[in-house]
Design a protein around this ligand. Structure first.
Ligand code: FES
Length: 173
C-alpha cells in the first residue's frame, strides 16, 4: 500500500508532504516513543525522509527538531535523498566480489550514468551497494526492489535494466 503512494507520484513532481503526513499521522497517537515507527512509515511512503516531513514528525510527537533529526541520521536505514522507483542493490561482499560484482557495478553505473546513492535524472533508478545479502551461493547478486537476481553477469543485468526502461517507456507513452 505504501509503495502505491510513492509510485503514483509523477516523475519530477514534488510530493505533497503535508497531505501525506496528515494521512500517516492518523495511525499514530503523537507519542514520543512513536518516533521510529513514524520515520519508517514516512520513508515507506516517500522512499526517503524530506526535511519537511522530519519537522512535521517533530511537531506531531512534541519532540525537538534536533532530536528527530539526530535520531533519523543515527540509523543507517533512513535516507535523506529521493530514490528512484527502482532501487538497484549490488552486493559488494567477498563472495560476490570474487565472482565479479565490481565489474557488474561498473557496468550498471556506466549504463545508468549514476553512482551509488544517486538517482537517475528520469527518477527511475537509484544504485546502492550492500555488504552481503546472505545468499552468497548465488553470487554475484543484484536485488531490484524486492526481486533477487543471482548468478548475474553484465549482459543479463543490462538486459534486465533495458526491460525495466522499456516497460516504463510503455507506461508513460
Ligand atoms: S557476498 Fe554477496 S550475497 Fe554474500
Amino acid at each position: 500500500m505504501e509503495q502505491a503512494i510513492y509510485q503514483e507520484l509523477p516523475v519530477g513532481s514534488g510530493p505533497d508532504i503535508e497531505g501525506l503526513f496528515n494521512e500517516i499521522s492518523k495511525g499514530f497517537k503523537g507519542k514520543p516513543d512513536e518516533l521510529i515507527p513514524m520515520l519508517q512509515r514516512v520513508q515507506r511512503a516517500l522512499g526517503f525522509l524530506p526535511e519537511q516531513a522530519l519537522l512535521e514528525i517533530a511537531r506531531h510527537t512534541g519532540l525537538s527538531a534536533a532530536r528527530v533529526f539526530g535520531t533519523a541520521t543515527f540509523y543507517a536505514q533512513f535516507r535523506f535523498q529521493p530514490v528512484g522507483k527502482y532501487i538497484i542493490r549490488v552486493c559488494r561482499g567477498t563472495a560476490c566480489h570474487v565472482k565479479g560484482s565490481y565489474r557488474l557495478l561498473e557496468t550498471i553505473e556506466d549504463y545508468l550514468q549514476a553512482t551509488p546513492g544517486q538517482m537517475t535524472p528520469d527518477g527511475l533508478f537509484t544504485i546502492e551497494t550492500v555488504a552481503c545479502f546472505g545468499c552468497c551461493a548465488l553470487a554475484p547478486i543484484m536485488v531490484v526492489n524486492d526481486s533477487v537476481y543471482g548468478s548475474l553477469n553484465r549482459s543479463k543485468a543490462l538486459k534486465l535494466l533495458d526491460e525495466i526502461r522499456g516497460r516504463e517507456a510503455g507506461v508513460h507513452s
